[in-house]
Ligand binder design. Structure first.
Ligand code: BTN
Length: 214
């Protein structure tokens, strides 16, 4: 595992999207400051002295499960009251502390997966932050746990994920209709059910945000 560190770049995801050819599996790019940090669905990811990094993988794995599980595991080990908010936000005391942006670049049959992670260390309005945590130590802990979760099979990952995410078995509203969340497909889609129908919700489609806990 190689860790490349910058003081300032546009975005660690964009860096790896540009230069993935130069780097091996499990290369980590970390920066202190991002000038164009991106979140999901073209949102802006603001950060200041936070833990900001991306990991390059040369093969696909269920990173949509491994990434949130790894962060959540380490935060709980540090004693934070954290949980996963489906699909892949991490909350501390019910406020978002971390976001994950997973992007894929295909070159013929070769896949490059870039898992970008931002964790708030500095205080900011309406978000949780991790006061007095050394970002570099946190990074190393997360990477070590990440490696371990990558060895889990899909069933075990799904089980772990479902235990650490409060949405399962809860009542939700989606498209102005009430459902219960009964399960998840291996690609991370949620399965919702009510007396009339069973549907799935895909987190790659923006309308998943209309899913509300009741
Ligand atoms: C989200 O919650 O919308 C995802 C936020 C992901 C932010 C991280 S910070 C490191 C990496 N580089 C980026 O430009 N974005 C991700």
């Amino acid at each position: 595992m190689e860790i490349i560190e910058f003081d300032e770049i546009d975005s660690t995801n964009d860096y790896l999207k540009k230069y993935y050819e130069k780097y091996n599996d499990f290369t980590v790019v970390r920066t202190i400051k991002q000038t164009h940090g991106r979140g999901r669905f073209d949102s802006v990811w603001e950060s200041k002295n936070d833990l900001i990094f991306s990991i390059l993988f040369k093969k696909d794995s269920p990173h949509h499960l491994v990434a949130p599980l790894s962060i959540n595991h380490v935060l709980r080990k540090y004693g934070f009251n954290s949980c996963i908010k489906w699909p892949n936000d991490i909350l501390v005391d019910n406020k978002k502390v971390s976001g994950i942006l997973i992007e894929k670049v295909f070159v013929g049959k070769q896949i490059n997966v870039i898992v970008g992670i931002g964790i708030n260390i500095e205080k900011r309005h309406d978000y949780a932050y991790l006061n007095n945590i050394n970002p570099k130590e946190l990074l190393i802990e997360i990477l070590n746990v990440y490696k371990k979760y990558c060895e889990y099979d899909d069933e075990l990952l799904k089980k772990e994920y479902m235990c650490n995410c409060s949405i399962f078995n809860s009542n939700v509203s989606y498209d102005n209709t009430n459902y219960k969340v009964i399960d998840m497909l291996s690609n991370g889609e949620l399965i919702l059910e009510n007396d009339e129908k069973t549907i799935t919700v895909d987190f790659n489609k923006k309308d998943y945000k209309s899913l509300l806990n009741k």
